[in-house]
Design a protein around this ligand. Structure first.
Ligand code: SF4
Length: 134
């Protein structure tokens, strides 16, 4: 008998800037200075969504939410990577000499699409991103 050929599925990647409708993780709060204060340990997106129920303000203007990367169903997907992650990381790449130890503590690093593709430069940029809810 031959062993079945086992090929593991590629790891599911998380989008660190996803609209509320796709959110599963409460990634962070946007401070008055416009920086993200990351929430650790991981909390479900529902915790953030519950605080803004009934508010006219889009939740994305107050919180950063993460959810499964939807690849080709997203306008930022280039066909093989996240174009938004590449763009935000590029804008910070020159200014970061960040070492792994200096990266912000966020709840999704091991599965983050931006970090997997762009490395530490993505994290330096990430704390300045406010999700476009449109
Ligand atoms: S800090 Fe880095 S690993 Fe965490 S969500 Fe942002 S880009 Fe991803």
């Amino acid at each position: 008998m031959t062993q079945p050929h086992h090929r593991p599925d590629p790891p599911e990647r998380m989008c660190p800037s996803t609209p509320a409708a796709n959110a599963t993780v409460f990634l962070g709060m946007i401070t008055p200075a416009g920086r993200v204060a990351y929430v650790t340990p991981q909390l479900p997106a529902e915790v953030a969504l519950a605080t803004v129920a009934g508010s006219p303000e889009p939740v994305e203007s107050r919180y950063r939410l993460a959810g499964p990367c939807v690849t080709s169903s997203c306008g930022f997907w280039t066909g093989d990577h996240c174009g938004l992650g590449a763009r935000v990381a590029d804008s910070y790449r020159e200014v970061t000499g960040a070492t792994e130890a200096e990266l912000p503590r966020c709840a999704i690093r091991r599965s983050c699409r931006w970090y997997a593709e762009q490395g530490a430069a993505a994290c330096a940029a990430c704390s300045h991103v406010v999700t476009d809810a449109r």
